[in-house]
Ligand binder design. Structure first.
Ligand code: GLC
Length: 596
């Protein structure tokens, strides 16, 4: 049985993990180079399928049994030609590719991205969060680590350029970290949890001070500021795995037993029963990109969009057999319920807002219109004038007697990308962004949230956080990394013009300002108060946006189209007339935007 060396001395009582074994594999202290992994015990028969011995490159392991994936189809992959031969257009007369001129900003960005690569045992495994050596008197905090969410745009830039090795290594190494025995003050979070970040560290070999080896040191939130849970890490991991599979056609990786187990563990954690009444995922504050207290506990949109996307990815990637049948069924049910819930209850436009404004409260019945008992007084003053005649958006959070009306960019954009919204809602979100360009894009794309919390709201909701002051950082700051998600959503909706406009706003400034992490002020005019420079996901987000615009057909490695079957699968639909069974007609009516 695996008894973790990470167990703290304070834990003198018997831990649950000592009674119910989690994994047969245990790494002493930190993950070491592959040849040093040891198996310390056999799995108990009740334990979940273990991660097989780690073998990142596949060498030496038996060929995995060929299993048919549930629905994943390879793309016909044409790697982008390496610069400078890369081409953009074809000469109409000579029918030859016109050599593409790389901008100064792009050249610089590629240089920085390559410099940010982290190697482990001689192989690239990720990119550091920021390479800003001069920052804040050398105080690196954890910006020298490889963050799972930060690596996604780096991975995409590499994938879109045809460099796949780093992504494969990252996927497999982080997968191995998932099986870590982790504790935060005597408590062990769920076993499918993926770390927020990891670091490659030199450690003495077996106590010998003269000899060192590299180890991977993950942080599951036990060192993170505020001890926040990285709920989004596992979701991003699944999303990246699908993108990797689609672009490379390397299905043998997806079929590996350890990879399949990894997907299942993440989903088991997300789909496990609790006290919750909603299909949305219940999380604590700061469990995603906004990793500090910002009043996004409960059912924040960002997590729901990533959750939906990860479920759709998993539905395609899970191998279908007796062992996975129940999970696949649970995924389908959750997808149906989740999309219905978000489309119906998170969506606001002028019409819906007016409905909320006229809500009756204290309705006790299954037929209630105001199901969450929202008091119309909650509608914030700013929104009354701000909501445009055309378009709308998904609000930040819905819970009993609570609607967080702030606009959160990532959740809205990813809802478009994953088809969590109806097509009409997706169009509506982009037209709202277009209409509110000065507020949401301003002089630097993109606002992470809008508007900022001020005065008492700031004091109460952020806990007087000096980093999240109004119009700074997570509290209404502008984050250039969000450009790639915006570009993706624009491409999906046939509006690349919007993305091009945003990129041209950002390009020169990012280069001149040395790629800051974020910008401050209502329109993003200042480099952020405590912003790092040379922030890798700023660099990578810019490159990924450029590459996606150049090869828009490759956006499909990340996007999903509407799936009518999922809508039809919804077990029950609560409507104004009470409960009605979800029917093909109901599903279609949502698809056609009657809910929007
Ligand atoms: C900040 C961001 C977080 C990011 C990390 C590393 O904490 O809020 O989303 O992952 O920096 O860049």
């Amino acid at each position: 049985m695996a008894i973790a060396s990470t167990i703290r001395p304070c834990c003198s009582h018997l831990l649950l993990s000592q009674i119910i074994p989690k994994y047969p594999y245990h790494f002493s202290k930190s993950q070491k180079c592959p040849h040093r992994y040891e198996v310390v015990a056999q799995a108990a028969s009740t334990a979940p399928a273990p991660h097989p011995t780690f073998d990142p490159v596949g060498a030496g392991s038996a060929t995995p049994p060929h299993i048919l994936l549930h629905g994943l189809k390879p793309l016909v992959f044409t790697p982008l030609l390496p610069f400078p031969e890369k081409t953009r257009n074809v000469d109409p007369v000579r029918h030859e590719p016109i050599p593409r001129t790389e901008s100064v900003a792009e050249r610089e960005a590629w240089k920085l991205l390559k410099q940010s690569v982290v190697n482990y045992c001689g192989k690239p495994v990720g990119t550091v969060a920021a390479a800003d050596a001069g920052a804040f008197k050398g105080e690196l905090l954890n910006y020298d680590q490889v963050f799972i969410r930060d690596f996604v745009p780096s991975a995409l830039a590499f994938l879109l350029k045809g460099e796949t090795e780093i992504v494969r290594n990252f996927l497999l190494h982080t997968l191995q970290l998932q099986s870590w025995e982790k504790t935060v003050d005597c408590y062990s979070p769920g076993q499918g949890l993926m770390p927020a970040s990891f670091k490659v560290r030199a450690a003495p070999i077996d106590g010998n001070a003269d000899a060192e080896e590299e180890v991977l040191d993950p942080d599951f939130g036990e060192s993170a500021i505020g001890r926040v849970a990285p709920v989004d890490s596992g979701l991003w991991w699944i999303i990246l795995l699908r993108a990797y599979g689609k672009i490379t056609g390397d299905f043998s990786l997806l079929e590996r037993v350890d990879v399949q187990t990894g997907i299942k563990l993440i989903l088991n954690l997300c789909l496990s029963d609790g006290f919750d009444m909603f299909p949305t995922l219940l999380v604590t504050d700061g469990s995603c990109m906004i990793d500090r207290r910002m009043g996004i506990h409960g059912h924040p949109l960002e997590i729901q969009s990533l959750f939906y996307s990860a479920l759709r990815c998993a539905k395609e990637m899970l191998t279908f057999n007796e062992g996975s049948a129940n999970l696949i069924r649970a995924i389908k049910n959750r997808l149906s319920a989740l999309s219905f819930h978000v489309r119906e209850y998170y969506w606001v436009d002028l019409k819906k807002l007016n409905e909320i404004y006229r809500y009756k409260t204290e309705e006790y019945s299954q037929n209630a219109t105001n199901k969450f008992n929202i008091y119309p007084e909650q509608i914030p003053a700013w929104l009354v004038d701000w909501i445009p005649d055309r378009g709308g958006y998904l609000i930040g959070n819905v819970q009993p007697a609570h609607m967080d009306f702030r606009f959160f960019s990532l959740g809205n954009l990813w809802a478009i990308v994953s088809s969590l919204t109806t097509p009409k809602q997706a169009e509506g979100i982009l037209s709202l962004i277009e209409e509110k360009w000065d507020d949401l894009i301003g002089t630097m794309p993109l606002k992470i949230s809008y508007p900022a919390l001020e005065s008492d709201e700031w004091r109460i909701i952020t806990g007087s956080d000096p980093k999240n002051t109004p119009w700074s950082y997570h509290n209404g700051g502008s984050w250039p990394t969000l450009l790639w998600q915006f570009t993706l959503a624009c491409i999906k909706m046939g509006r690349p013009d919007l993305a091009k406009r945003a990129i041209s706003t950002a390009e020169k400034r990012l280069l001149d300002d040395n790629w800051p992490e974020y910008y401050d002020t209502p329109t993003g005019r200042f480099v952020g108060k405590q912003s790092r420079l040379y922030q890798t996901w700023t660099v990578a987000g810019f490159l990924t946006s450029k590459l996606l615009l150049e090869k828009p057909e490759l956006a499909s490695i990340l996007t999903f189209e509407e799936d009518l079957e999922l809508l039809e699968g919804c077990a029950c639909r609560l409507s104004r007339n009470g409960r009605t069974r979800c029917s093909r007609q109901a599903a279609r009516s949502q698809l056609l935007g009657n809910c929007a």
